[in-house]
Design a protein around this ligand. Sequence first.
Ligand SMILES: *[C@@H]1O[C@H](CO)[C@@H](O)[C@H](O)[C@H]1NC(C)=O
Length: 377
Amino acid sequence: MARHRLLLAALLLLLSSAVLSSSSASAEREEEEDPLIEQVVGGDDDELMSELEAEAHFASFERRFGKAYGDAGERAYRMSVFSANLRRARRHQRLDPTAEHGVTKFSDLTPAEFRDRFLGLRGGGRPNLAGSRDAPILPTDGLPADFDWREHGAVGPVKDQGSCGSCWSFSTSGALEGAHFLATGKLEVLSEQQMVDCDHECDPSESRACDSGCNGGLMTTAFSYLMKSGGLQTEKDYPYVGRENTCKFDKSKIVAQVKNFSVVSVNEDQIAANLVKHGPLAIGINAAFMQTYIGGVSCPFICGKHLDHGVLLVGYGSAGYTPIRFKDMPYWIIKNSWGENWGEHGYYKICRGPRAHNKCGVDSMVSTVTAIHTKKE
Ligand SMILES: *[C@@H]1O[C@H](CO)[C@@H](O)[C@H](O)[C@H]1NC(C)=O
């Protein structure tokens, strides 16, 4: 009798894990991960979680991030996506051992949903300004070993773009907030919504990628818009709502004006020199590892260089968190726009230096802006 019960229990367990694996396989199929990553890391050799374990994990995720789903079907689907993301986070952990990967507030989104809603760099992030915007080459000797604009008052609070592909506007406002601080000594928190609603500037290249609110944009085209329109209002005067509305720009309320902007070459010394001289820089990055990122210096063995996310470079360090085999790994400090409850209080660190080889394309699209000097009040 007892034996029969045991057999029945074993059968049930087998059945339920089969159900779990088939439903999570469907979520996994939507995952368009780099095929190279799959080759290196291999398939899922992880033991399958029991349904009970998965349920407990998911319930704690729901509580922690205040998630509420429409109905039981939606919740079951989100749980299967969550399970697939747990396996993905484990793969990311193996590929990126100097960072910590795990459950984040984005763990119930497929990579495709995540890309559509929380990134937003257009045209592969490749502006074609035909060299006309190349930044002059700066001297690089005497640069500090470590530098962080947050310690010098040039960086405002971490913001949250919400479910809107407007990263490009946050990167742009962050760079102008810094440049304006350097020019005036005053930190003004600037408006992204003005750009989301009013900036429809197009890239001059054949791609004709245009700034399009929550559907993406480019920082360089946003700088062009700001030069033409006159500048940015404050966040307070033109608050962020996270969807595109009709333009309510009021020229009389401009507080920060762009004097000029330029594109920095793909050279880490030049990037550092421009950062120190001109303030935080608008950069593009490949965000594939950011959905599961919790902290540490990200330095994945393999990372795409296709740029899909606009962020703000605010500083650099010379020796990051280092397990023995990555001694003294230098890194960039990046301000993101996914709120303070993501990453390291809203920030991301990624490795730099000759061994990093432009990791995740972080050095590929860097632009700097200068603000108009106005008299201090
Ligand atoms: C603006 O920046 C570009 C690129 O760095 C430079 O060639 C140009 O001379 C600058 N214009 C002004 C008015 O400073």
